[in-house]
Design a protein around this ligand. Structure first.
Ligand code: MOS
Length: 755
């Protein structure tokens, strides 16, 4: 192929969208398998044979040491195969590892490696039995005594010990904030508090481990296969190629399944000792104490403005907590760096180290908390100056990224606000608080901006076309329920001119070509672009085959003009079924590997998806209860691959924002270092009746600066700013400005006028 024929690019093929599959609201291709139970999640996987059942036992103190652990009764209990504690657990890699990996996602994460208790719920034993019931029963008979130490549990009481994170990006500054703020005619200086929020994906963490000689196969609920493979290998101190991670179906992740948790490590260790498969799942309660949660935060926002609401100075300083086990910074001020123009600006993050389970990424880590403050502060400034909240944002719209000076790759923030305002009848908002009433209820409207950065991660993808005219996509990618299977099938089908039903998507296996996995909203753009590249290579192969084959009706034609549609390859007036071509010229099928390397323009632009939230709330003047009446999110995230999966993600994020605003909070019991809420009875998330009238839509946008699909991540956009819209609506309804999330009745009621 030494010629220099110019074949169409992936971007051109997607642009042409000849089959119309890009953007279409295709039903989830894995939907049928899921609703009929054919989709086997980790814990119900049958293909490795009958597994023994493991149950994790967690510490009942917050910090200290195990002084005695008596396993006699547990070992004598019916059906018990193994009781593992720090006394008999095999050696494991140290956290961080001998090679000094400080990335918590890929580092060794040992469990039962010492008698130390690092947090409430830290595993102290792992009991394996022939049935789940026997394992659970025996687990209750493990007798532990502790030497309790003094843990640091209270975020609020240790704010003065907050320290600078190791991350070099914790702080930023442009211009002279202090001088500009001092000189500003209008000064706003407010502090906002967000509590610990729980992670509780529908599917609890689960793992199923099986060894074949010295090779481990580990089924687990896991967002990032390659990082997990590395972490497990480092923990077990074996080469990475001896670890296969399989994660075909995952019941939610959102950051909660980025890291390796005890059920996986301990199942792997026990399966090797017992010489048979072992599986384990965390209980819902254990998810609260053994996996991640969102940090609490205290955020100070300062805005210096002129009387027209134009910012001259903007500072966002956040204190969040992290675990003593490893550092994780909830970067609450990150989006303040690029959301609004202001010549003088500063952001800062500080960490309070607590003896808690690892604070972790929870959907849109950083901005999901950070926008609960900046977007309320902007509303406060608007209300003080009597400027419409949309208008004040318009006046502070930057021409370029105000920190980096880079141009935005695309930015439809104002367009989203204008479209939302029109659809939501924003002009019916009363600028005076407390003026709309319906019986006992005060009614108000609020809005907020939304922004989430578009990340791109190197990715590969395998693609095979067989003689039946069907294609198989293979990638170490995951689908946490968000629609990966479906959008990959759409991209492959559109690029190859096949039907969605002709595409087999095989993901969730670390032995497939590497892909980033699901996290950070980078999945579709990264994995999808690698697939598109594979498809373009495959088209070229097929076209070259056809024109070189004297038996093909396409013989002698120009291969670069080939189009692919309805299972056929067309050049000019000539065409042939792909299956006929392959049967004759490539009976083993055609295979390619595609690749995405973030390069070129990606780093030259400031890339983010944007949106605007609008909501109407009613607040009871009798109880102080705030209820969502209706909510609309209008988003721009580049080209949308699938209007259904994108919309359901947006809505999911918005509902999470409603939870942040109204009900979600967890607190640490300072006596034990345990969370007060340990299940979904004590930790309140919105139910259907709380979010009855909620809609999301995407406006047309294409972003050609990041990837050939011209898409931007959508997964985390919906939560960003959503809760702030409710905060602002509550203020508009009542005149009560609460800055301490969530807005439970006890915080609103005292500010309401007497009934
Ligand atoms: Mo991400 S915090 O894995 O949605």
């Amino acid at each position: 192929m030494a010629d220099d024929l110019r074949f169409p690019t992936g971007a051109e093929v997607i642009e042409a969208n000849r089959s119309g599959l890009i953007g279409r609201a295709v039903d989830r291709v894995d939907g049928g398998a899921k609703v009929t139970g054919r989709a086997q999640y980790t814990y119900e996987t049958q293909e490795l044979g009958q597994a023994a059942y493991g149950v994790v036992v967690g510490a009942t103190i917050g910090k200290g040491r195990v002084s005695t652990i008596d396993t006699t009764a547990a070992e004598a209990a019916p059906g018990v195969l193994l009781v593992m504690t720090h006394k008999n657990a095999p050696p494991q890699g140290e956290f961080g590892g001998p090679k000094g990996i400080d990335n918590r996602l890929a580092a060794a994460k040992p469990y039962l490696h010492s008698d130390e208790v690092r947090h409430f719920g830290d595993p102290v034993a792992f009991v394996v039995a022939d049935t789940f019931e026997n394992a659970r029963d025996a687990a209750a008979h493990v007798a532990v005594t502790y030497e309790a130490g003094q843990g640091v549990y209270s975020f609020e009481d240790h704010l003065d010990e907050a320290q600078k994170p190791a991350s070099p990006t914790s702080d930023s500054a442009v211009g002279d904030f202090d001088a500009a703020f001092a000189a500003a005619p209008i000064q706003l200086d407010e502090t906002y508090i967000t509590p610990i929020q729980a992670h509780a994906q529908m599917e609890p963490h689960a793992a199923l481990a099986s060894w074949d000689g010295d090779k481990l196969t580990l089924f687990m609920a896991c967002q990032l296969l390659k990082a997990t493979q590395r972490s497990v290998a480092e923990t077990l101190m074996i080469p990475r190629d001896r670890v296969r991670i399989v994660s075909r179906y995952i019941g939610g992740g959102f950051g909660g399944k980025l890291c390796v948790y005890p059920e996986a490590t301990l199942s792997a260790l026990a399966a090797r000792i017992l010489g048979r498969p072992v599986k384990a799942t965390l209980t819902r309660q254990q998810m609260f104490s053994m996996t991640g949660h969102r940090s609490a935060s205290i955020q100070r926002i300062r805005m210096g403005a002129d009387n027209d609401g134009r910012l001259s100075a903007l500072a966002h300083e956040g204190i969040v907590h992290t675990s003593r086990m490893w550092e994780f910074t909830e970067s609450v001020a990150a989006q303040t760096r690029r959301l609004y123009a202001a010549p003088h600006r500063r952001t800062q993050h500080r960490l309070v180290v607590l003896d808690l389970p690892g604070a972790e990424a929870v959907r849109a880590p950083g901005e999901a908390s950070g926008m609960l403050s900046i977007e309320v502060a902007m509303d406060e400034l608007a209300c003080r100056l009597g400027i419409d909240p949309i208008e004040i944002r318009r006046r502070n719209e930057p021409d370029v990224d105000p920190e980096s000076g880079k141009p935005y790759s695309s930015r439809s923030l104002i367009a989203c606000m204008d479209e939302g305002a029109r659809r939501f009848d924003w002009d019916q908002r009363s600028a005076t608080t407390g003026t709309r009433r319906d019986g006992e209820w005060l009614i108000g409207l609020g809005m907020s901006a939304s922004i989430r950065t578009n990340y791109l991660v190197p990715s590969k993808c395998g693609l095979t076309l067989n003689v039946e005219g069907r294609a198989v996509v293979r990638q170490a990618m995951t689908d946490i329920g968000t629609g990966t299977y479906t959008i990959l099938a759409q991209i492959a089908a559109e690029a190859l001119g096949l039907a969605v039903a002709d595409i087999e998507v095989e993901i969730g296996d670390s032995e497939f070509p590497p892909a980033p996995g699901s996290g950070g909203s980078f999945g579709a753009a990264s994995a999808g672009s690698a697939l598109l590249d594979a498809a373009m290579k495959l088209r070229e192969q097929a076209a070259r085959l056809a024109v070189a084959d004297p038996n093909s009706p396409l013989f002698g034609q120009a291969p670069e003009s080939a189009a692919f549609i309805d299972g056929r390859i067309l050049i000019g007036n000539h065409s042939e079924a792909l299956s006929d071509l392959l049967r004759r010229s490539a009976p083993d099928g055609l295979s390619t590997i595609g690749e995405l390397t973030p390069a070129g323009t990606y780093n030259d632009y400031s890339q983010h998806a944007h949106g605007a939230h609008f909501c109407e709330v009613a607040v009871s003047t009798i109880t102080g209860e705030a209820r969502l009446c209706r909510m609309l999110g209008v988003f721009a995230a580049g080209r949308i691959l699938n209007d259904k999966t994108a919309r359901s993600q947006a809505i999911g994020g918005m509902i999470w924002g409603v939870g942040q605003a109204l009900t979600e909070e967890n607190h640490v019991d300072p006596r034990y270092g345990s969370f007060e809420a340990q299940d979904l009875a004590g930790y309140h998330v919105p139910a259907h009746a709380d979010v009855a009238n909620l809609d999301a839509l995407f406006i047309a946008e294409e972003d050609d600066k990041g990837n050939p699909l011209k898409i931007k991540g959508v997964g985390e956009l919906g939560i960003c700013g959503a809760g702030a819209a409710l905060a602002n609506a509550i203020f508009n309804a009542t005149g009560v400005r609460v800055r301490d999330y969530p807005f439970t009745p006890d915080k609103i009621l005292p500010g309401l006028p007497p009934v």
